[in-house]
Write a protein that binds this ligand. Structure first.
Ligand SMILES: [Zn+2]
Length: 206
């Protein structure tokens, strides 16, 4: 979920800390980075829906993936919002309940998904179509795992830096209940959500 609430403030506001979760820049990160470089190619993008809601990364390397959910099952509504909504927000990728992969911003550009200019500059944002309370759907999970795995290899992103949106310092419960079956959930804190995301990734071979 990007920041759609009236009180959310500027979509790209700067914060000092990139995120609040423990685990970055540790041995796990080094181990995963060392294994980068081989594996399946980029999953097929089923639709390209470009939006003007993006800006330059200003030379910042991509080293994080931020996982979101849309809070709605209406994928067309989300696409429209990322093109025309206010405040202006976006994400690089949007994954339907049926596993369809939509790209809206090129990887080389900064999408406006995390409510944090520094994190947006260094991350890829992936939205999962899901209503409040929905867990990740089966086909959606397959596409998501294929995409995340490819992004990790392509940009040498360690697993510890694949994070739910709630781990960015921001008032959000995103990514909701997507990984409630793995110890996370909308009422879990940032660290529990991060562990649940990683447990789900492990179940998908990541
Ligand atoms: Zn979000």
């Amino acid at each position: 979920m990007t920041n759609l609430t009236p009180n959310a403030g500027p979509h790209d506001a700067a914060f000092d800390a990139p995120h609040v979760c423990a685990g970055c820049d540790n041995a796990e990160a080094a181990a995963h980075a060392a294994g980068a470089g081989s594996g399946p190619g980029k999953p097929t993008v089923n639709r390209w829906e470009p939006t003007s809601h993006h800006s330059s990364r200003n030379g910042q390397d991509i080293d994080h993936i931020v996982v979101h959910y849309t809070t709605s099952r209406n994928i067309e509504g989300t696409i429209s919002h990322f093109k025309h909504g206010s405040p202006q927000t976006s994400a690089h990728y949007l994954i339907g309940r049926d596993g369809a992969l939509v790209q809206m911003v090129g990887d080389g550009e900064r999408a406006w998904h995390a409510g944090n200019a520094l994190m947006n500059a260094r991350s890829i944002g992936i939205e999962h179509v899901a209503a409040v309370g929905d867990r990740i759907a089966e086909q959606q999970a397959r596409t998501s795992a294929a995409l995340i795995g490819w992004l990790m290899r392509e940009y040498e992103i360690p697993k510890s830096q694949v994070i739910p949106h709630i781990c960015v310092p921001r008032n959000t419960d995103c990514c909701g209940d997507l990984f409630a079956g793995f110890g996370g959930g909308v009422k879990a804190g940032a660290e529990a959500q991060r562990k649940a995301l990683h447990a789900w990734m492990s179940s998908m071979g990541l």
